[in-house]
Design a protein around this ligand. Structure first.
Ligand code: FAD
Length: 346
C-alpha cells in the first residue's frame, strides 16, 4: 500500500429521517482541526434519499467538500449498502483519516468498512490529534478499565479510522454563508440485489431519563449511602428541575436504574450545571461529565479526585449540606416566581 496516495480528512455524516445527527457536526469540528494541521481538505460523506441540501449545513460547520450519494437504496441504514458505497468512495478518493460517530450505525459501519478496505479502526476514542511530520493520526481512548489513556496508531494501512463518542467534542460554531463543493456519486447496488429489506421501523419509546439532553444534573455517588440519601439527592434535583444522575456504584447498589449512570459505561453528558454529591471522581465517571459547563462537587474528603474536575468544591457532609441547599433553593425560587420572575429553574 502506498500511503502517500492517501490525503484528506473525512467524516461520515449520519442522518436519520433526513435530519443530521449532531455527532457528525461535532466531528466536523475535530476534523477541521486535523485537516488544518495536515494542510488538507475536510470532506463529509453523506448518504440518504433527498439529503443533498443538508450539504450547506456541513459547509457552514467546516467541510470543504461533501461526497453525496442520494438514492432511495440508501434511505435507511443497512450494513450491506453503506459498506459497499463507503468502501467504493474510500477506494476511489483515498482519504488518510476517516472519523465516524460512535452511534449504533456509526460503529457498525466503521467496523464493516475497516474489513472492506483492510484498514485499522480505533473504537470509542475520546481524544484526537495528529503527528504532522509522520502524518500519523493519534486516536486516544481509555484502556485497562479506564486506568490509562492509550493512544492507538495505524501505521501501515489507510485510511486511519476511529469512532468517536457523541458529545465528547463540542459542535463548532456555524459560519453562515460558508460554502464548498458537492460531489455527487452513485451506488451500483440495486434494491433487488440486496439480501436485507427494511420492512418496518419500530422506534423505542422515548427514554424516561434523558441525561444527554439535560441542562442541569444532580448526581449521586456512593457517599449518599442508601435509599434515604438517594432520596435527598432526588429532592434537590426536583427543586432545581434537574435530571438525576448517578455513579456506577450507586446503580450497582440498586438505588437507581442504569439509565441514570454517567461515565464510561453510562451516558456522556454536557449540562450547563453538574452537581456531584458524594462522588469520588474515578476516571471512569469523570470521562462522562468533564465537559459540563459548570461542575460543583460536594464531598467530605478534601483530597477526593472529583475536586480536580470541579469548578467549585464544597468539603462537607452531604447529609448536612444537601437538605440546606434544597431548602434555600426552594425558598429563593419560590420568591422569584411570586415576584413574577423567571420560572425556569435552570
Ligand atoms: P466511591 O468511589 O466509593 O466514592 C464515594 C465518595 O463519597 C468518596 O469520595 C467519599 O469521600 C464520599 N463520601 C462518603 N460519605 C460522604 C458524605 N457523608 N458526604 C459527602 N461525601 C461523602 N463509574 C461510574 O460512575 N460510571 C461509569 O460509567 C463507570 N464505568 C466503569 C467501567 C469500568 C470498566 C470500570 C472498571 C469501572 C467503572 N466505573 C464507573 C466505576 C468507577 O471506577 C468507580 O468505582 C465509581 O465511579 C465510584 O463511584 P462513587 O464515586 O459513587 O463511589
Amino acid at each position: 500500500m502506498n500511503l502517500d496516495e492517501y490525503r484528506g480528512v473525512w467524516v461520515f455524516i449520519e442522518q436519520r429521517d433526513g435530519k443530521l445527527v449532531d455527532v457528525g457536526l461535532e466531528l466536523l469540528g475535530a476534523g477541521r482541526d486535523l485537516a488544518d494541521k495536515l494542510e488538507v481538505e475536510l470532506c463529509g460523506v453523506l448518504l440518504g434519499n433527498g439529503v443533498k441540501d443538508l450539504s450547506s449545513t456541513l459547509f457552514e460547520h467546516g467541510a470543504d467538500k461533501v461526497y453525496v450519494i442520494d438514492d432511495p437504496v440508501v434511505e435507511q441504514y443497512r450494513t450491506e449498502t453503506y459498506m459497499k458505497a463507503v468502501g467504493d468512495l474510500v477506494r476511489k478518493y483515498k482519504p488518510e483519516i476517516f472519523l465516524y460517530g460512535a452511534t449504533a450505525n456509526g460503529k457498525d459501519l466503521a467496523s464493516a468498512v475497516a474489513t472492506e478496505v483492510m484498514s485499522g479502526l480505533t473504537a470509542d476514542t475520546t481524544l484526537l490529534d495528529v503527528n504532522v511530520e509522520k502524518r500519523l493520526f493519534e486516536a486516544s481512548r481509555p484502556a485497562f478499565g479506564g486506568n490509562i489513556m492509550a493512544t492507538i496508531l495505524c501505521k501501515k494501512h489507510r485510511p486511519q479510522m476511529a469512532t468517536v463518542r457523541p458529545k465528547v467534542i463540542a459542535k463548532p460554531e456555524p459560519q453562515p454563508g460558508r460554502t464548498g463543493e458537492v460531489i455527487e456519486e452513485t451506488i451500483t447496488l440495486k434494491e433487488e440485489d440486496l439480501r436485507t429489506k427494511v420492512l418496518n421501523i419500530v422506534r423505542n419509546a422515548k427514554k424516561a431519563v434523558n441525561l444527554e439532553e439535560a441542562d442541569v444534573i444532580v448526581a449521586a455517588g456512593k457517599g449518599v449511602k442508601d435509599e434515604k440519601g438517594f432520596q435527598m439527592v432526588k429532592e434537590l434535583a426536583e427543586v432545581l428541575n434537574a435530571t438525576v444522575g448517578a455513579s456506577r456504584d450507586v446503580v450497582e447498589a440498586g438505588l437507581c436504574k442504569h439509565e441514570h449512570q454517567v461515565g464510561q459505561t453510562g451516558a456522556t453528558v454536557t449540562p450547563k450545571i453538574y452537581i456531584a454529591i458524594g462522588i469520588s471522581g474515578a476516571v471512569q465517571h469523570v470521562v462522562g461529565m468533564q465537559n459540563s459547563e459548570l461542575i460543583i462537587a460536594i464531598n467530605n474528603d478534601p483530597d477526593a479526585a472529583i475536586f480536580n474536575a470541579a469548578h467549585h468544591g464544597v468539603v462537607a457532609d452531604a447529609f448536612e449540606i444537601v437538605p440546606m441547599l434544597t431548602e434555600e433553593f426552594r425558598k429563593a425560587l419560590q420568591s422569584e416566581s411570586e415576584a413574577g420572575g423567571v420560572t425556569s429553574h435552570a
